[in-house]
Write a protein that binds this ligand. Sequence first.
Ligand SMILES: NC(=O)c1ccc[n+]([C@@H]2O[C@H](COP(=O)([O-])OP(=O)(O)OC[C@H]3O[C@@H](n4cnc5c(N)ncnc54)[C@H](O)[C@@H]3O)[C@@H](O)[C@H]2O)c1
Length: 342
Amino acid sequence: MNRELKLAVIGAGYWGPNLVRNISEAPGADIVAVADLDAGRLESMRKRFPAVRMTQDHRTILADPDVDAVCIATPISTHRRLAEEAFAAGKHVFVEKPLAGTVADAVAIDEAARRAERTLMVGHTFVYNPAVTAVRELLVRGELGTVQYIDSQRVNLGLHQFDFNVLWDLGPHDVSITLYWLDEEPRWVQCIGGSYIQGGIEDVVFLTMGFPSGAIAHAHLSWLAPSKNRIMTVIGSRKMAVYDDVQAVEKVKVYDQGVDRLDSDELRRSYRAGDISSPRVPITEALQVEIRHFLARIRDGAEPYSGGTAGVRVVRVLDAASRSLKQGGVRVDYAAPAAARA
Ligand SMILES: NC(=O)c1ccc[n+]([C@@H]2O[C@H](COP(=O)([O-])OP(=O)(O)OC[C@H]3O[C@@H](n4cnc5c(N)ncnc54)[C@H](O)[C@@H]3O)[C@@H](O)[C@H]2O)c1
């Protein structure tokens, strides 16, 4: 299939326009239509993309046989219905993160994709971020040794959501990156949090995941913080790495630091404080890498990195974390039955 693929985007709120721009810039793809319920949002999109068809009814897009694939960038609670309709119409589907708000909905979307024999990709943008890929390469090469723990901070002031808490808004990023780096699913999940601005919707959570390898990953997620931090630290048995997404250059730094020998005699402890290096990271927008990956997987039919399997895993972790949060932070078995509603 070497012809140009025709794509449409459903949802032109905060994030949808980024998808539209990146599709319009990707080789081998053409953005042909955008749907949004809100006429005002379509009007501002029309000014930026005058050649693209705008509609308030996404069904006109699904009925168009020329459209190969749709990207869904609508609120989480609408993902299942829209994705199932799109697969039933024979389209390939890209669903923004998280795949759905419940495990049942995520599994249903994955199954609909398999039944329709169409590509399903989830918008876990960060696994396409060249800095995140660079850390994964360090891990695969064994340069950091065995991962002992990961600590991350994804905090800023806003944007408060009204239907889901900060765990479901920012958590998909840290969870998808962590699973991608560690290449394993957690054994248990623990989460505490607080709702300070809107009753019942947590604006800060502290999420911890324990893995079969012995690694622990901790993420501090917040819409209520004085500055924007996007920093993840990986402590390996050989070296340590820091990925700081807010930095313009040297987003990844590798510290040749650790403890070489430790025994009860204080004088015989040996801490190593070696060189700090920074791997070359290509300056490419993650969303452009992500869209090109979607196009390539439509063409070759292989499962995307962030396909249905990865999308369902992330929702399972968020679901387990939600159950822990509701029970005051008890450790929840990752494999235990899912909650009915996030
Ligand atoms: N990958 C990322 O880094 C990233 C960043 C931000 C948001 N997101 C995800 O993108 C999705 C959308 O988030 P947002 O912040 O843009 O939300 P938003 O509320 O700003 O925009 C959603 C838009 O969808 C439209 N919409 C709702 N139902 C529709 C329907 N049936 N047909 C057509 N349009 C419909 C709304 O009118 C609105 O304009 C969410 O899943 C969110 O988690 C991903």
